[in-house]
Design a protein around this ligand. Structure first.
Ligand SMILES: Nc1ncnc2c1ncn2[C@@H]1O[C@H](COP(=O)(O)OP(=O)(O)OP(=O)(O)O)[C@@H](O)[C@H]1O
Ligand SMILES: CC(=O)C(=O)O
Ligand SMILES: [K+]
Ligand SMILES: [Mg+2]
Length: 482
């Protein structure tokens, strides 16, 4: 049975990828997860793109998860009447909490209390640190600043205050509205930006409870506070994104690589998916080929054990969105073919599901099974198998459509959506049907199946079967299935 690319690809959608053709192109090139960035674009934009992703995924017959990335407590510049502008080193500019349409010399910001929380001498970094200013004076709502590192500024660029503890709430009114909208739309996954504590997830859960829709929530690690509480955050959330763009501004840049490695390992230990994000193939925003360093960056995330690698500006506003995805896919598959292992897991499994999946993978290898198969209603058992990075195909069977999509983010998982059945024998028949029917294996081949019994009882993973394909039907029916 062929194994395809194991590490998944997340693509941020934007103006460069809003047409049906472009979105189909991304799916064909290998997009597994589409990221809707609620820092940009209107609800109408996101809704249109959402529908196009669903259509393209259905047409391709492949699951593509949709991830809604909430802006979170990031302070941003407002809009310019006539931008973009260039701020030169030595210029004096005003950032104000007044609600104005900006000019080159005076621009609003999204955080009303900013003038009360900064003082002369504080440094503000704009657009991931491309432009830096220093506060010289605060008068009323106006913060006068000296530009210390000049550069371009435009609508909605982020403003970071690396050493100032601002009291912005973890979920703004805009985030709450965006979350309700995204849940209504039917997205599969939510990401929360600038998470500072494990408790931040409670605000998201409260809105999900009101909406009556529950979806997994990823914590974006991009604040020093998140790095300090990493383990608690991994335990509380359903996964992590290492958001290196803001992380490299909020934290000294040299610390980013080690935070990446620690976050990836912690997530694997806890069977939670982890995305490595930002600037992976950044130069492809402008060029048709990445730098050698970028190719290595993608390869190293694969070797760290990440579930997924992410593209941002490369696909949202870049000149070569589809080519960037195929380039990334090529780097990933070549790296995976190198048979260099990922770091070992440090913990013995602590749950029944964990123990059973370790045993399943070792039995499968020992008997030369063709695949590992997991039945799951929540995806939990599948993620426990996924973290082992076994070189056999990893096939997930679920009756829940959004779980099928969610598993598109997890390392190595290929998912089959199957009707719910009452008895384990019917589960094994579904495996026969799927694998023999699709010509993925031959009667007589072995697969190792992990399941729960009785089916439909979450947390009941207790069944491990060494299954010979076709053994539950007579030979004639097995042949008929082919
Ligand atoms: N829908 C959009 N409309 C206009 N400009 C966009 C849009 N999406 C992205 N951009 C531009 O492309 C840049 C990169 O896009 P990306 O989605 O990666 O946003 P980002 O601001 O870097 O991410 P984040 O806010 O999550 O840290 C943005 O800073 C913005 O200037
Ligand atoms: C993706 C993101 O938000 C970042 O890198 O900052
Ligand atoms: K965002
Ligand atoms: Mg960010």
């Amino acid at each position: 049975m062929g194994v395809t690319r194991r590490v998944k690809i997340v693509c941020t959608l934007g103006p460069a990828t809003s047409s049906p053709e472009r979105i189909r192109g991304l799916v064909e090139a290998g997009m597994n997860v589409a990221r809707l960035n609620f820092s940009h674009g209107s609800h109408a934009d996101h809704e249109a793109v959402y529908r196009l992703v669903r259509e393209a995924a259905d047409a391709a017959g492949r699951p593509v998860a949709v991830l809604a990335d909430l802006q979170g407590p990031k302070i941003r510049l407002g809009r310019f009447a006539d931008g973009p502008h260039e701020w030169r080193t030595g210029d004096s500019v005003v950032i104000t909490s007044d609600d104005i349409l900006g000019t080159r010399d005076r621009i609003s910001c999204t955080y009303r209390k900013l003038p009360q929380e900064v003082k002369p001498g504080d440094r503000l970094l704009i657009d991931d640190g491309r432009v830096a200013v220093e506060v010289t004076d605060v008068t009323g709502n106006d913060i006068r600043c000296l530009v210390t590192e000049g550069g371009p500024v435009s609508n909605n660029k982020g403003v970071s205050l690396p050493n100032v503890a601002v009291s912005v709430p973890a979920l703004s009114e805009k985030d709450a509205e965006d979350l309700r909208f995204a849940l209504g739309l039917g997205v599969d996954l939510i990401a929360l930006s600038f998470v500072r504590s494990a408790d931040d997830i409670k605000l998201v859960h409260a809105i999900m409870a009101e909406a009556g829709v529950h979806r997994p929530v990823l914590a974006k690690v991009e604040k020093p506070e998140a790095v300090d509480h990493l383990e608690a955050i991994v335990l509380a959330f359903d996964g992590v994104m290492v958001a290196r763009g803001d992380l490299g501004v909020e934290l000294p840049l040299d610390q980013v690589p080690l935070v990446q490695k620690r976050a990836v390992q912690l997530c694997r230990e806890n069977a939670k998916p982890v995305i490595v994000a930002t600037q992976m193939l950044d130069s492809m925003i402008e060029n048709s080929r990445p730098t050698r360093a970028e190719a290595s960056d993608v390869a190293n995330a694969v070797l760290d054990g990440a579930d997924a690698v992410m593209l941002s500006g490369e696909t949202s506003v870049g000149k070569y969105p589809v080519l960037t995805v195929s380039t990334m896919a090529k780097i990933v598959t070549t790296t995976e073919s190198g048979s260099i292992g990922v770091p070992r897991l440090q913990h013995d499994p602590r749950t029944h599901g964990g123990a059973l999946t370790v045993a399943a993978s070792s039995i499968a290898r020992a008997i030369g099974a063709k695949a590992l198969v997991a039945f799951s209603q929540t995806g939990d058992t599948v993620r426990r198998l996924s973290r082992l990075h076994c070189d056999l195909p990893l096939l997930a069977f679920t009756p829940v459509p959004e779980v099928r999509n969610q598993l598109a983010l997890s390392w190595g998982v290929e998912t089959f959506l199957m009707p719910f059945v009452e008895h384990t024998d019917d589960m094994f028949r579904q495996v026969d049907e799927a694998l023999l029917g699709l010509n993925r294996a031959n009667p007589g081949d072995y697969v190792v199946i992990v399941a729960g019994s009785p089916p439909g009882t979450p947390g009941s993973t207790n069944t491990l079967r060494v299954h010979q394909l076709g053994s539950l039907v007579d030979a004639a029916s097995a042949r008929a299935l082919r």
